[in-house]
Ligand binder design. Structure first.
Ligand code: GLC
Length: 652
């Protein structure tokens, strides 16, 4: 009897061993398997609840381990200004994300969540991160003299030359940004914004590189900066992320966000298909060719059809015609805003958006309502399982490509990347190249710039001279930005002080009165004024005027002293009335944390090279007015920018 039992025991042991081994080996967990094989294996194991959970992105503020596990949440975001704590360190971020991720990994299938954030000009939510110039400034960093010297160049060909002539700057910014984002444990950035802003009255015009799609197309170089270069022979139109020092990118906002009437944010873009495809679509083609991982849908409408409900463009064009294989994400409460008022018919919002082809929904708060509504729509066969499977396949594809299954947890070794000096030097270079010199001297033979470093006494004046928050603009620490020392960096005043000769007496007054200006015999004055920070709809402006005390500071100072005005703004603003009193005018846009870049060029350590990425109007009555328009009568045309040689070159 005992002898007979041994083979039986052996068989039982063998079966248990086989079962255990089989249970441990799941194809989707095997990195040696092809991505599509892993997706297929994982999807066949997923329940409807697990699939819909993957399509759900919630705001950090209402995430918890319990919620993440109970609802199988696939993604979390930080909205503008949403941080673990004020001035949170990289370590604080890493701890928070590790906690969330471990909760997701503890679910039945252990699918890692993807955490997204608006790193749109550096890792701008994070205290002491390097803040790069906003996109409008980066759009100015191109060599437009190519087109003027060659004349006949088409804008598309010109944009190719622009990449060649300044190939690396935007790409290097992307790579530096990716490192700072990864330093906080985050693998996904909602950038680049590839809006083609056609009317500067739009509050988001500074998020747009240019009014010209050729410039915007060239600036999609940010994508390989963030994600890494797509290798040769890589699958066409497939998302690509090189590794742990890179992040998934997001081209936004699809499509026509920058073309709304009067620049009204989230409004209606009323143009024909030729203009939509010719102006607002090209940069998406570049994005897909560069392996962009995700695309975010615009709040706006095209000819009255909400983009979040536009199946023809999201599924028909982006996914089918252009072959995009990453995932499409909504904007913040973007599906709620399909209806007026928002949320008026949430069932319709869910049905219309998912049917249109959206794959992930930035809910971001009422996830029970989203999940419940979508579940009902699938169970009622209003939304076919095929559509859910397409969405989940795309989301898993990005997560596999991103390496999240192999490296789901943050890499704490990158902590020192936040605000790294090397990144700040890069930002300083970008500031230098973004400055556009619009006037230099009241007559061409008496240029004011470059300014002498050695002078008896100089005046620095204006609301924006000593204010990091103002020089960074919106989407900095807070969604709407802020005033004062909101993060680390160098103000323009500090930069001036450290650049001039030690013997030069620098007097600073935010709002000098006539007495001070006239009684001090200043050698010259630098007046730094402009717009206060804003983001999105809060920035919409029908008059585009510089708010007081900017204009009166210009008049008071420049009326009595030779002056250069440095304009801090997210777009062209009304400047013509003050032009005659200025000796020089520099458009500095929203330079970010490295104000030293402004002083570098003002004092001639580097020459002015920037070119207008947008038309500068004479009056708002002319708007919209863009390069190529039949009636084109600008104050300063697209591509305009005076140049100066570095002071050293002039002396030689
Ligand atoms: C915002 C913006 C979008 C951003 C998202 C998340 O409303 O439209 O650009 O990525 O919400 O913050």
């Amino acid at each position: 009897m005992a002898a007979r039992r041994i083979p039986m025991l052996g068989l039982v042991f063998l079966l248990c061993w086989a079962a255990t081994t089989q249970a441990e080996y799941m194809k989707y967990k095997d990195p040696k398997q092809a991505v599509n094989v892993r997706i297929k294996d994982l999807m066949k194991r997923m329940t409807l609840a697990e699939k819909i959970g993957q399509m759900t992105q919630i705001e950090r503020a209402n995430a918890s381990s319990r919620v993440l596990k109970d609802y199988f949440i696939g993604s979390i975001l930080s909205g503008g200004g949403s941080v673990p704590a004020p001035q949170a360190s990289a370590k604080d971020w890493v701890e928070m994300i590790t906690t969330f991720q471990k909760a997701c990994l503890s679910t039945r299938l252990g699918i890692p969540m993807i955490y997204g954030i608006d790193a749109v000009h550096g890792h701008n939510n994070v205290y002491n991160a390097t803040i790069f110039p906003h996109n409008i400034g980066l759009g100015a960093t191109r060599q437009a003299q190519t087109i003027t010297s060659l004349g006949f160049l088409s804008l598309t060909l010109y944009s190719e030359i622009m990449i060649r002539r300044d190939p690396g700057l935007v790409k290097r910014i992307g790579a530096a940004t990716a490192l700072e984002v990864r330093a906080t444990g985050i693998p996904y950035a909602f950038a680049p914004c590839i809006a083609v802003c056609r009317d500067p009255r739009w509050g988001r015009c500074y998020e747009s590189y240019s009014e010209d799609h050729g410039v915007v197309q060239a600036m999609t170089e940010l994508i390989p900066g963030l994600q890494g270069d797509v290798p040769p022979n890589y699958a066409k139109d497939f998302p690509y992320v090189a590794g742990k020092n890179n992040v998934a990118a997001c081209s936004k906002h699809f499509v026509g966000d920058g073309g709304t009437q009067k620049g009204i944010d989230e409004n209606n873009t009323i143009i024909d298909a030729h203009e939509l495809l010719g102006i607002h679509m090209p940069a998406y083609i570049d994005s897909i060719a560069k392996g962009v991982s995700t695309v975010m849908v615009s709040y706006s409408s095209w000819n009255g059809v909400k983009m979040h409900a536009n199946r023809r463009l999201v599924t028909g064009h982006l996914k089918k015609k252009l072959g995009f294989k990453g995932f499409v994400i909504s904007d913040w409460q973007g599906i709620d805003r399909i209806t007026t008022p928002p949320g008026a018919n949430y069932t319709y919002s869910v049905q219309a958006s998912i049917t249109a082809g959206l794959d992930m929904v930035m809910v971001p708060y009422d996830y029970p309502a989203f999940i419940g509504t979508l579940t009902n729509l699938v169970n009622q066969k209003v939304i076919p399982m095929k559509r859910i499977n397409d969405a989940v396949r795309r989301i898993l594809r990005v997560k596999f490509v991103l390496g999240l299954f192999e490296n789901p947890l943050p890499d704490p070794s990158l902590g020192d990347q936040i605000g790294k000096q090397e990144h700040r030097e890069l930002a300083r270079e970008a500031v230098r190249k973004s400055l556009v010199l619009l006037k230099n001297g009241k007559s061409s033979n008496e240029p004011l710039l470059p300014l002498p470093k050695k002078a008896d006494k100089i005046l620095v004046a204006g609301s924006h001279a000593d204010n990091i928050g103002y020089q960074c603009g919106g989407w900095t620490i807070e969604w709407q930005g802020g005033s004062g020392n909101i993060t680390g960096g160098t103000t323009i005043l500090d930069a001036i002080r450290s650049t001039v000769d030690p013997a030069t007496n620098v007097v600073f007054s935010e709002k000098p009165d006539a007495d001070l200006v006239q009684s001090n015999h200043f050698s010259y004055a630098i007046v730094v004024v402009g717009e206060p920070p804003y983001a999105e709809t809060a920035g919409d402006s029908l008059n585009l005027t510089i708010p007081e005390p900017g204009p009166s500071t210009i008049q008071t100072v420049c009326g009595a002293v030779r002056c250069v005005v440095v304009l801090i703004s997210g777009r062209p603003v009304v400047i013509q009335p003050y032009l005659p009193v200025m000796d020089a005018l520099v458009a500095a846009w929203l330079p970010g944390s490295e104000g030293q870049g402004v002083a570098d060029v003002l004092f001639g350590d580097f020459g002015f090279t920037g070119k207008l990425p947008r038309t500068w109007f004479k009056s708002v009555e002319q708007l919209p007015m863009n390069v190529g328009d039949k009636s084109y009568d600008p104050l300063f045309p697209f591509g305009f920018g005076l140049t100066t040689k570095p002071a050293a070159a002039v002396q030689n």
